[in-house]
Design a protein around this ligand. Sequence first.
Ligand SMILES: Cc1cc2nc3c(=O)[nH]c(=O)nc-3n(C[C@H](O)[C@H](O)[C@H](O)COP(=O)(O)O)c2cc1C
Length: 432
Amino acid sequence: MTETETVKRSEKPAPDGRVQVRRRLPRISEVRELLQFRAPVLDPVRRRLESALTIEDLRRIGRRTTPRAVFDYVDGAADAEVTASRNLQAFRDAVFVPENLNPVVDPDLSTELLGERIAFPLVFAPTGYTRMMHHEGEAAVARVAQRRNLPYALSTVGTTTIEDVREAAPEGKNWFQLYLTNNRRLNNELVDRALEAGCRTVLLTIDTAVGGRRLKDVRNGLTIPPSLTLKTFLDMSRFPYWWINKLTTEPIDFASVRDFPGTSADVAALLFDPGLDYDDLVWLRKKWPHNLLVKGIQNPDDARRVTELGADGVVVSNHGGRQLDRTPATLDILPAVREAVGPDATVLLDSGIRHGQDIIAAVANGADAVMIGRAYLYGLMAGGEAGVERAVEILLSEYRRGLQLLGLDATSKIAPRHVSLHANTPEGTPIR
Ligand SMILES: Cc1cc2nc3c(=O)[nH]c(=O)nc-3n(C[C@H](O)[C@H](O)[C@H](O)COP(=O)(O)O)c2cc1C
């Protein structure tokens, strides 16, 4: 029955012109239909995670459940955090253009990346110190990635070894992120171990000539080695579960370089090598027999040069705004990078992905897939492995809905005309 029909049948104008509503006895069955309460969820972690509908919700929960200094380490960025906010703004400014009346019953979200089919265009980015965010750490992320058929890149400064990640996710698409150091022996050893552990993709990160200055970490004393302020320490003591978990599991260290002599400060100093140059890339290209992507590309010329030197592709990334501040949003430079490397090279993008539609915006503008860092770390802080799972669930459902509302029944149908960028509009500036 339509709304107008309902009005016609139940409402008759009274002699004074006022509409009189015809009433009937209430039926209990109708009330029952309206009042369908959800069964209470007793497990507090599950309850928190179920209440999260967006990545921003997971971020808020993570902030409540994790010591402030740890949350700041994840959430913060370099200097005035201009790049970090540009990254987010670029995605907000993207303009989506739907094509309706296309059947989109069950869209095919999958895509091919480096010769393998994955569930949708998403990769877990490498993040250091992951067991500090939550004791389940890298192994939890790798397990979720394996279950969801998505690649996971372990960081050189991860707190779990390559071998332990393989044990946690033996069928996973496990990648390794490499920081090349000025120590040849260590470089050789890391590459050999990645190969031995079955990794088929290495990411060489090139945007860390020196560490970015993350002021929140300096203020909190979360440096290497730590020099906590009293305030940070007192705040940390408000999180007994975090402490118990930290103190009753393996000590947090740079697991992959554990055997290397020296303090953690010595190792950290070694890992950021300001002398890195193109010869190192050439060396790695000769040594590594499988897929090699260069991560930290921020302009088309560098992208062209590294692919000419044999890299299979690039990751357009500003490290989530954690290194050089005031650089462009990655989304803004993506189309030029794609044009520079041509259609055959692999192009990934990260920095600022917080919503499934961000993934569509990146794919429409030349990316084969995106990587997420904080989006899954917020989930990890909010609820360990289940929180990472929730982050993927959120992004996946936003991605699916985004495709359907755009009128697209497959990832392969995403095209530049579906998402225009502020940077490309006549009134937009080339770089935000
Ligand atoms: C806490 C944290 C640690 C990170 N550690 C590394 C790392 O060890 N190696 C690396 O190449 N990138 C590292 N990154 C950068 C990520 O790989 C990725 O480029 C970035 O997080 C993307 O931005 P998003 O967090 O906005 O998604 C780290 C990022 C975060 C947030």
